[in-house]
Design a protein around this ligand. Structure first.
Ligand code: NAD
Length: 486
């Protein structure tokens, strides 16, 4: 059985306390490995290693050399593409067709993109007049922030972890990653690639475990870290904020969403249905940017709903390595219980189940997995819990609207503000609605199309701060001013 250890100071090490937990396949419910659980001792060791590396070879390395190493790292992931692919698919159950195009290539690309970006970022300077007429020159310098704690989720494990580790290392920081307990494998495998390409010891460290009273809490409350970047649930973000408050840490939070899609009668129906199919059901609905609230202008409501239903009923649930599979399982039996709980609650709250609504029958080994049916509802009240809460499963509610103002008001009737999709062929409306919807990212006639130079993050309960492009530098560097009296 596969054994997954921590990666500290360039070495794979087990837990001193001997504690381990099971790595379970979400597709079958069977155990596929054991994972060491870090205690305070391993977290202390990782923080010490990361701090020492800041002033060692890594800290002294010329920028061009650091960037060349990050390019080699991305090439190193691609050279072991199939190993990363299999590890990610076994941990998550997601179809290889998805991970091959999204998780692994984008996971690797994150290192190159931020290496190229950091090399080319200017800083500001100002000349100040002084009474003696000689003046003073001010210029800004960006320094690495220091030791960064990276706490990542299970839905896109490699991609979302490197989305943070890429800019952190490009800016000269060192990191300690606490991957989700559900998906420990690719984060650990990356340690091997770090060693293979010659990233100095202590720059990249990994500790495994859970959140409260485990590696997550020990890391985020540790005195020796300089910043925390976290992607996960809003509730967890609040717990981390409290745990880190005593030491005054800069945080960057990418949290949950309850994202709307606004489908106007003047949309291209084909595109809108195809896009909403993806945004509601891709990755079994476990995408923070996914759509769980669909608002459709009344004249096209029936046709749109019928087409979406047809699409959902054509999805093929199956094993990750079956080329026919278009949807995998949820991440765990625990998450399956949560999602099925919402499926029951929707009915109790008065929903009409258009399709799905339960657990599918799966053949053979797959019968023990965390499967749920892609599900569409209508008829829920705007204040129903299924409309307010992030469910994080393959489900959406479809509701009609009658005017643009009503559509915008419905979209904004949420505590969250992560993403929105607008489907219209009217350019004026597209820009107007995009400006008025409260979300960190708004797509017009597309979904999940990402230019990594652009700001990414959420409003309200969806996060704190922006990452992406030069915006990542706000978190991963300290900006200081030098004032020189001439
Ligand atoms: P989660 O909050 O349960 O866990 C995320 C990570 O935090 C895991 O590594 C977990 O072990 C750790 N953790 C949990 N409790 C902790 C604590 N008290 N202290 C320190 N660490 C702790 O999230 P998840 O279930 O893994 O991921 C799904 C959630 O992530 C959804 O809400 C989704 O919307 C969100 N998400 C957001 C984005 C975004 O970019 N905004 C992207 C992906 C996922």
């Amino acid at each position: 059985m596969k054994e997954t250890k921590h990666f500290i100071n360039g070495e794979f090490v087990g837990s001193a306390n001997g504690r381990t937990f099971a790595n379970t396949s979400p597709a079958t419910g069977q155990q596929i490995g054991i994972v060491h659980e870090a205690g305070r001792e391993e977290v202390d060791q990782a923080v010490s290693a990361a701090r020492a590396a800041l002033t060692g070879d890594w800290g002294r390395m010329p920028v061009a050399e650091r960037m060349a190493l990050l390019h080699k790292l991305a090439d190193g992931i691609n050279a072991r593409f199939d190993e990363f692919l299999e590890a990610e698919c076994l941990d998550t159950g997601k179809p290889a067709s998805l991970a091959r195009h999204v998780d692994i290539p984008r996971g690797a690309a994150n290192f190159k993109i931020f290496a190229d970006l950091v090399k080319n970022v200017p800083t500001e300077s100002f000349m100040l007049d002084t009474p003696d007429g000689a003046g003073a020159l001010n210029y800004a310098l960006r320094k690495p922030k220091g030791v960064i704690a990276v706490v990542s989720p299970w839905n896109l494990p490699l991609l979302l972890m490197t989305w943070k580790v890429g800019p952190a290392l490009a800016c000269g920081n060192t990191v300690i990653v606490k991957p989700s307990e559900e998906t420990p494998s690719t984060t650990t495998l990356l340690g091997e690639v770090m060693n293979d390409v010659g990233i100095p010891k202590g720059v990249y460290n990994v500790v495994h475990g859970f959140g409260p009273d485990s590696a997550g809490e020990f890391l985020t409350s540790h005195k020796g870290i300089d910043g925390i970047t976290f992607t996960g649930e809003t509730r967890t973000g609040a717990a981390i904020l409290k745990a880190s408050a005593d030491h005054i840490r800069h945080v960057s939070f990418e949290l949950g969403g309850k994202n709307p899609a606004l489908v106007f009668a003047d949309c291209d129906m084909e595109k809108a249905v195809e896009g909403t199919m993806r945004s509601a059901f891709a990755n079994c609905g476990q995408v923070c940017l996914g759509t769980e609230r669909v608002y459709v202008e009344r004249p096209i409501f029936d046709e749109f709903l019928a087409r979406l239903k047809r699409g959902a009923e054509h999805m093929k649930l199956g094993a990750w390595n079956d080329p026919e599979t278009s949807m995998g399982p949820l991440i765990s039996k625990e998450h399956q219980r949560k999602v099925l709980g919402y499926y029951d609650k929707a009915v109790a709250e008065g929903a009409t189940v258009v399709t799905g609504g339960g657990e599918p029958e799966m053949p053979g080994d797959l019968a023990g997995g965390a499967w749920v049916q892609p599900t569409i509802w209508t008829g829920l009240a705007d204040d129903a819990e299924c409309i307010r809460d992030e469910i994080f499963g393959p489900c959406c509610h479809v509701r009609p609207f009658d005017s643009e103002d009503e559509a915008v008001a419905l979209a904004n009737d949420t505590d969250y503000g992560l993403a929105a999709a607008i489907w219209t062929e009217n350019a004026g409306r597209a820009h107007r609605v995009a400006a008025n919807v409260n979300a960190g990212i708004v797509w017009v006639n597309s979904w999940f199309l990402r230019d990594l130079r652009t700001p990414f993050g959420g409003m309200g309960a969806s996060g704190i701060g922006r990452e992406g492009g030069v915006h990542s530098l706000e978190f991963y560097t300290e900006l200081k001013n030098v004032c020189v009296k001439l």
